[in-house]
Design a protein around this ligand. Structure first.
Ligand code: ADP
Ligand code: ZN
Ligand code: ZN
Length: 745
């Protein structure tokens, strides 16, 4: 009798997913049982015959050995789309560390009862002339929302209701009023039909440029020849990458295959979505965070039933259960949002490759500033690399000026704006062109400190400094704790307790002071708390309702603003001052993206980079828009210090109620690791140590970093520590594994 056991789930699409049942694997089936396989099992008191999925296999059972039931036989239907998802979950569990249940919940859509939702479409209900006339009137009366609808309807006669509501930010009342006036008609559609079915004019493909066609045909021909690969398209924004994706997808559909397209949520703009809708009509669907669980489940059902060819969405769209997946496309593959922040901490790029190999699909990555990981693999020949170097819509690359802020100070300029930037803003205000001011404030808090004794105001529950807001409140951005700013320093009693002035609010205030006539909009985490405020601010700026947009990294992504001809980057090096091995890469990406915002339209753009470290390679190469040189320097540094992608890294974070419980557990981990891997010369351990944010919400955080050239070795260590933790039956500590971490802890 075998002593192998299988965890089996009998109702895969149900909340019951968290209750697998254990069965013995009979000897004759040993070879054929694996995660994802469908089997028959006797279930419940009456031993009713049920079909279940194997999700995990082990040598141990928690049941009395003589009581445990046996698997009856394999199901003749073999594997299904669920089998692929379970295999993926199993791989994620092993590759990234988590329980099987958590991994399954990440990949399986949970079935939920759902009242059939009505989807609506908006149809133009009068002739073009009337629209044009009415548009003029609305523009004159500053009815900007109505104007946006009318403009969109001039271009498309039928539009999905959601696209107008969510992406053009049109209120329901606005649409109802337009309907009353007889301008539009709002009609319901059966949910299972796609909202854009009736779009009259379907776009046909643009004739691709020679380079674009080469890339598309190369990838598709590989596929036709049965070759599956990973491809990286390195091309600046506007160089035609999306058009290449559309071409590849079209060919896949012609072969009866489906496509998954990952686009970071922030870049899922109206324009981009419309391009997909117009090309593939009712066979495309968009997944985003505004969908409810039930709606997501419905969407997955449509994909499974062959009612969709293309799904567009963020990270989680990867798990769409397409029966014949042909290609996974990941646009802006360098984006941090492709890495999950909760367990299992998976990266969409690697997970896509796993899913692709499971389903026989290809993977296409695209970026203007590829991640070091992707470019490194491409250089090693693991990915095929293509370059697109020119913008197709005209618009030259912007002129970039780097300003040394130390020199400004020497010359007696203490303002936030360098003289060059001030001069260029002034000319924009005269010509009516727009300016974006970007504050690179990642990892930076507008902290308050005492100028007399240096005391920093910190959150009592978290080890972070509090940020000052204009209303005089001090706020913790980790836990939300709020307090009033004290009159005097709690440490020495001095009254010089001042905020470090460089937040977006201060910049907005400085703009008002310097250019009182300018209309200013501000966008940061605080001004975009409500769901649609992000789109609202962007559309207001696109409508020309402001001359200057001040903001954090949020403003460098998505949306095209043809009238923006000046971008000012206020303190480019702020993000360099982090003890984080990705700081240089992140700075380069942000600066390149920010600079790329200038001059998208017909007018040429200018960029001013203000910095205290004009000689830093991230800044020099970003100013020259020179990815290749940046990569060479950055990879040298990673190789020297064995950081990813040159080596592999595992961060182990322990969160505990009592400080000693956390550090103690990590010390035991180190002993465990030494016992098994003591001889490994290539294993580097850093720590254990307090995390740089050592406390959040009154929970202590300790961290241990491991580096090794072999990923599999790190996986083995993770397995040993998982098993060790399980045996300890930890109650007061939680352990999190993070492979190739995006941030240091
Ligand atoms: P990216 O995805 O690299 O930013 P896009 O594919 O969005 O680039 O292309 C940028 C612009 O150029 C778009 O407006 C697109 O319609 C246009 N474009 C792309 N390819 C072509 C082509 N072959 N001929 C004409 N216009 C093109
Ligand atoms: Zn706090
Ligand atoms: Zn003090």
């Amino acid at each position: 009798m075998s002593n192998k056991y299988a965890d089996i789930i009998v109702d895969i699409s149900h909340e019951k997913v968290d209750r697998p049942f254990q069965y013995r694997i009979p000897d004759r089936l040993l070879e054929r049982i694996a995660p994802g396989v469908r089997v028959h099992v006797p279930f419940g008191k009456g031993n009713k015959d049920m079909i279940g999925y194997v999700v995990d296999i082990s040598d141990k059972t928690d049941y009395p050995v003589d009581k445990i039931k046996e698997i009856t036989c394999l199901d003749e239907k073999g594997t299904t789309v669920e089998s692929d998802l379970i295999q993926t979950a199993y791989w994620m569990k092993r590759h990234y560390g988590s329980t099987m249940i958590t991994a399954l919940k990440t990949v399986l859509p949970v079935k939920q009862k759902l009242k059939q939702l009505e989807k609506k479409k908006v149809t133009r209900y009068c002739d073009e002339e009337t629209i044009v006339k009415y548009l003029e009137e609305c523009t004159r009366k500053h009815q900007t929302a109505k104007a946006r609808v009318l403009e969109a309807l001039l271009k498309e006669e039928v539009l999905p209701y959601e696209l107008l509501r969510q992406k053009l930010n049109i209120a329901t009342a606005t649409l109802q009023s337009l309907e009353k006036q007889g301008i539009i008609k709002i009609e319901a559609e059966n949910y299972y039909r796609n909202p854009v079915k009736q779009i009259t004019e379907r776009d046909s493909a643009k004739p691709l440029s020679e380079k674009q066609r080469f890339i598309m045909e190369d990838i598709v021909q590989d596929y036709r020849k049965g070759k599956r690969g990973t491809y990286l398209v390195h091309g600046i924004t506007g160089s035609g990458k999306t058009e290449v994706y559309l071409g590849i997808i079209e060919q896949m559909i012609a072969m009866g295959k489906q496509a998954i397209v990952l686009i970071p949520e922030i870049a899922l703009t109206y324009q981009t979505l419309l391009r997909f809708y117009k090309r593939f009509g009712d066979r495309v669907s968009v997944m985003n965070s505004t969908l409810s669980m039930g709606e997501k489940y419905d969407q997955m059902e449509r994909a499974r039933n062959g009612q969709l060819d293309v799904i567009i969405g963020p990270r989680s769209a990867l798990f769409t259960p397409f029966p014949q997946l042909g290609v996974i496309i990941i646009d802006e593959e360098h984006e941090n949002s492709y890495k999950s922040e909760s367990m299992p901490k998976y990266h969409a790029r690697e997970t896509a490759m796993q899913i692709a190999s499971c389903k026989g699909a290809s993977v296409v990555l695209g970026s203007a500033t590829p991640s070091l990981e992707a470019y490194y693999r491409a250089k090693k020949g693991e990915y095929k690399l293509y370059e697109l170097k020119e913008r197709l819509t005209g618009g030259q690359l912007p002129q970039v000026y780097t300003v040394d802020l130390r020199e400004e100070l020497k010359e007696g300029n203490r303002s936030i704006f360098s003289r060059k930037l001030k001069e260029l803003i002034a000319t924009r205000l005269q010509t009516g062109e727009q300016t974006m001011l970007f504050l690179n404030r990642r990892g930076y808090a507008g902290f308050v400190s005492c100028r007399a004794c240096g005391h920093v105001m910190k959150c009592p529950h978290c080890d972070v400094s509090l940020s000052e807001h204009r209303n005089g409140k001090l706020i913790c951005h980790y836990c939300g704790h709020e307090e009033h700013k004290p009159e005097k320093c709690p440490s020495c009693g001095s009254k010089y307790l001042l905020g470090f002035k460089a937040g977006t609010e201060q910049i907005e205030a400085a703009v008002h002071k310097e250019f009182p006539q300018a209309r200013v909009l501000r966008m940061d985490a605080d001004s975009t708390k409500t769901k649609d405020s992000y789109e609202k601010i962007l559309s207001a700026f696109a409508d020309g309702q402001a001359d200057i947009l001040v903001g954090t990294q949020m403003i460098v992504k998505g949306h095209d603003f043809p009238n923006v001809t000046l971008v000012g980057i206020l303190a480019a090096d702020l993000s360099l001052n982090q003890n984080d091995y990705r700081a240089g890469e992140r700075t380069f990406q942000l600066l390149t993206q920010a600079a790329g915002r200038a001059g998208r339209g017909m007018k040429a753009g200018e960029v001013v980079i203000q910095t205290y470290q004009p000689e830093h390679y991230s800044i020099v190469h970003a100013a020259n828009q020179d990815y290749e040189s940046f990569y060479e320097e950055e990879i040298m540094y990673r190789e020297l210090l064995s950081y990813p992608p040159a080596a592999h890294m595992l961060a182990i974070l322990v969160v505990s109620k009592m400080e000693e419980e956390g550090s103690g557990l990590l010390t035991q981990f180190v002993t465990q690791i030494r016992q098994t891997f003591g001889e490994e010369k290539e294993l580097y351990m850093i720590g254990p140590t307090q995390a740089s944010v050592s406390k959040i919400n009154d929970m202590y955080r300790h961290v241990l970093y491991l580096k090794h050239s072999d990923y599999e070795k790190l996986v083995q260590i993770k397995d040993i520590l998982e098993e060790y933790s399980r045996k300890q039956e930890l109650k007061n500590q939680t352990v999190q594994f993070d492979f190739e971490p995006m941030n240091v802890y």
